[in-house]
Design a binder for this molecule. Sequence first.
Ligand SMILES: Cc1cc2nc3c(=O)[nH]c(=O)nc-3n(C[C@H](O)[C@H](O)[C@H](O)COP(=O)(O)O)c2cc1C
Length: 311
Amino acid sequence: MEIYFAPIQGFTDYVYRNAHAKYFSGIDKYFTPFLRIEKSEIRRKDVSDLLSSSKFDNPTIELVPQIIGNSREDIEILLKFLKNKGFTSCDLNFGCPFPQQAKKFRGSGIWEKPEMILEVFDTLRFFPEIKFSLKMRIGYSDVSQTLEMVEVINSFPFRFVTIHPRLGKQMYKGDVDILTFTKLSSEISHPIVYNGDIVTTDDIKKIENNFPNLKAVMIGRGLLGNPFLAENYKSQNHDIDIIRLTNFHSEVLNGYLQEYNNSEFMVLDKMKTFWTYAPQSVDKKVLKNIQKSRSLSEYQAFANIAMSKKD
Ligand SMILES: Cc1cc2nc3c(=O)[nH]c(=O)nc-3n(C[C@H](O)[C@H](O)[C@H](O)COP(=O)(O)O)c2cc1C
């Protein structure tokens, strides 16, 4: 089974993706956070993030750009851009629960407007050179919103469909709805990718045992907390190489120093956010000290303590 690194806006940007692929193995596909339209053009930051991605050393690893939108106009702008830049794959976001998107019927919000879904799928057909995948939640306000659209999903030749089994309105609250995942994954005729709440190799194995036909699992927060997770699962070796971890951490930190023109304040702020996904095993006092650090050197000292005790 393959492992995909989920797109996480504000975290899995090019600095992080490039560094992760350099220091760790085990990921078959990386996804960019969604590219969006703002004032009739693609947000500049999204474009520069996509174009700053380096080619992976291993040519079998794929970078899949993700887009969000609900109208012919927006989707066309995004896909023309991807096509012109030579991208041949694209992931469609029907899952984002954040109100900025969902309240405007984008991301998970699109499940409230079946006519918009038809318009988007219709637009994809004008880009036969691009292979599309779909990333979806199980509805916005009710699971009937996706269950009733299975035929429409099956009518488009997606290469795989990733399902995060929560409703958009739930955000991240409550348990994942495995019953609805089971139903959707048996009714959708495309290869299925499971996504949601995987944090250990045992979680991966449990999903694999329960759903032996899965194409992949996609992991987001669990990989941010433990960048070795996919590698450990694939190699069946649970060691954490602390030197590799600290070198990876330095590469990310230096990448942000470059990206933010050496602004210590911005880099400090950015680096602290990653620790919100630290695994349970990291000492809470050390985490507090990381968040309270006022300089990069102070931050680095506490981060080193946290990383040296990782298990
Ligand atoms: C802060 C944040 C930003 C996210 N940004 C995106 C995004 O740009 N595109 C997307 O498809 N999903 C996005 N997601 C959802 C994740 O890709 C993933 O579906 C979700 O976190 C559940 O998987 P996990 O439990 O393995 O993290 C985001 C999630 C979080 C917490």
